[in-house]
Every structure is written in C-alpha cells, then in structure tokens.
Write a protein that binds this ligand. Sequence first.
Ligand code: ARG
Length: 432
Amino acid sequence: APKDLLWGKSGVAVDARIQRFLAGEDVLLDRQLLPYDIRASRAHAEGLERVGILSADECADLCRELDQLAAAVKGGEFVLDERFEDGHSAIEAVLIDKLGDTGRKIHTGRSRNDQVLVATRLWLREQMNSLFGLNVELASIALQRAEAEMMLPLPGYTHLQRAMVSSAGMWWAGWAESLIDNAGLAQSTGVWLDANPLGSASGFGVNLPLDRDFTTERLGFQRLQISATYAQISRGKFELQALSALAQSLLDVRRIAWDLSLFLSAEFGFCSLPAQYTTGSSLMPNKRNPDLIELLRASYAVVVGARNEIESLLSLPSGYHRDLQFSKGPLLRAFSHGLDALALLAGPVRDLVWDEARMRAAIDAGMYATDRAMDLAQAGVPFREAYKRAAKIDATAVLPSPEQSLGIRQSLGAAGQPALERLHERLARLQR
Ligand code: ARG
C-alpha cells in the first residue's frame, strides 16, 4: 500500500488491505497516462501563475521539475509503482520532494477528478491519431492490391454459396473503402474528444478565476468543456465513443481474418501465407496453422468486451464516483490490443499469395447466369423471362471467360479503374 496519501489525516487509521483493493491495478495503469498528467500539470501551473497563485519563479521551478520528471519517465529513471496511490499522487509527491512548499501549491484549484479526465482525453487524442494512421496504412495496401488484382478471378459468395464471378481486386476494393471510412471515423471521433476538462476540479469548478481558455490553448485542445458538471459526467461517455470507433475497425479485422481463414483452408485453397504468419502443432507434424489470423479475428471480442464493461459501469447518478476508475483498465487494454491487431494485420495483407489456378477452378458455369440474364435483358427480353432462360444454360454452352464477366462490370465503374481512382482521392483528402 502507498506510504503517503494525499488525503491522509492524522489519527485516521488506514487499512492496507482496503487500500490495496481501492488502488487495484490503477497505479500501474497510470503509467500510461502519467506523461499526459505531467503535461496537464505544467499547463495548470502556468495557469496558476496567470491568476497570481504562483509567482513567476515558483511557476518556473514547477515547470522545470515537471519537465525533468517527464524526461525521467521517458528514460525509465522514474517508474510509477505502488509506493504511490496513483499517478496524480506521484506527481505531487515528486514536486514536494524537490521544491517543498512550492510543490505543495500545485494542487491549488484542481482535483484528481479533472486530472484523470484531462490525461485520458490527451491520451485518447493520440490513440485516435494512431487508429487513423493504421487504417490509412491498411487502406493503402488494399488499394494497391485492388489495382494489381482487379482482373484476378475470385468466386463471389452469398450465403457461402457460389454466386457470381468476382475478383481479388473487388474483394480488396471493398475492404479499402471500409478502412477509409474507419479512418474518417477515427478522425471525427478525435475531433469530438478534443475538449478540455481541466479546471472543472471535482466536478463543480473552484472559486478562483482560473483561465480555462489558456489551458485549453496550452494543451492544444480545440475547445473547452464549458460546464464543470458536464466535464465530469462525460467520463465514461467519451471512452465509450472512442471504443466504438475502435470497434468499427476491429469489425473489419474480424471479417478479413474470417475470409482469410476460409481461403487458407485446403478446401478453398485460394491463398497461402509466408511461414512467419503461421504456427505449428505440438502433435501433428503436418500442420501449419493460421493462429495469428485467428487471434486477429478474436480481437474484436477484447474491444467490445471493454466497451460493455464501461457501459455497465456508467449506471450511476451524476458527479464523480470511484466506480469510474474501473473504466481505465478496459480502455487501456482495448486500445493496446486493438491497435496492435490492426498493425499486425498489415503483414499478412501485404504478403498473402493467391493461387490463381484454384481460384479459377472454383468458378463454375452457374456463376455466369446473372450475366447471361442481363445480356438478354439488354437485348430487349423482359427481365423475368431472361431470368428463366438464363437459369437453363446447358452444360455444353460456350461460357464467357471470368475476365469478360468482370470486364463489363468494371467498365461500368462498379469497382474498376474509375472506382479505384475515386477511392484514392478519398484517401488523399482524408490525409490533407
Ligand atoms: N484513480 C482515480 C480515478 O481513476 C482518480 C480520481 C480519484 N478521485 C477521488 N475523488 N477519489 O477515478
């Protein structure tokens, strides 16, 4: 249990086991938030100087020590651990240790409640940038492959039954567009999150003329959370929204992985992966298993599990409640795992090798029936009649090639060159 508690009062006994339960894994989780908490502390100190609580010298001392602490955290010389109740306490303890009474002034007009809020929002803003970047990277790979493989035939399935001739390129183009949407969602969620709660204190502000616009600008927030009460009740809500944006991406990871695990089976045999993406069996010498693909598929569960955990916590009246601390674990875990999964998908997606012969062999005569019906309809046969005639293609009929079937749909822009150009444009626009 921590030795000094910020709120400790003489004569009040502290039970070590209860303290351990209250802290849980919280102080260790705070390791990730600590750099952001330090940054916000610096902005808070500068703000205190502006309203005359700190002298210029005191502020300079605090800023210097906070910068040093940030460097020590980065360099690994300062490690947050159970000596402290939480990251917030650690910052204050270090400042008091170094600066005495000046350190004792840092907490003027703030609460750990707005500290955790501001650190989490700063941290999440960066997670959203990473989420954006990873989707952009995956979308670029998918677009490149879409271009190269637009005419590489791949059966298109509905109900997992052979439906129409499709292509690897059409498969990629679909993922590319979805990934571009995910990137856009990460971007707009980042904007939505980008609001400053610092100065809301325990959730009701303080009777000091804190310059909240100043800390907003200093921390690079796009706007202020105006009401102190809103800053507090938004805890949990913004975490949920961030996880929803993340979940959208992981939904695609799950489905891409599902397709790949089907395509990689001997029964489909449409593609293979370099050995580094597969694992062996402890018993069966013949096995190469797509464990990576399967754990990528399972990663969605981690993210929505976290989202459900936080949603369940939020059944609370307004104001701060310690329950809210439990949002931290699932949030950090989901982002760490989810972003890793997105990053790791890039390898298999880049390196997967198609087996063209197997893909062509899986295209049967029936898959041209829709094309045939469309040709007849274009020649003036009412569609329902054309549909009936096309259903009866006899087995000896000369079939078009997959390329012919694809070619027409592509030149119409369903997923061909013009479509890919448009996707490239969207991707470029997002990055501007
Ligand atoms: N670890 C706490 C949390 O995440 C920090 C805020 C503590 N505030 C309090 N009033 N006990 O919620």
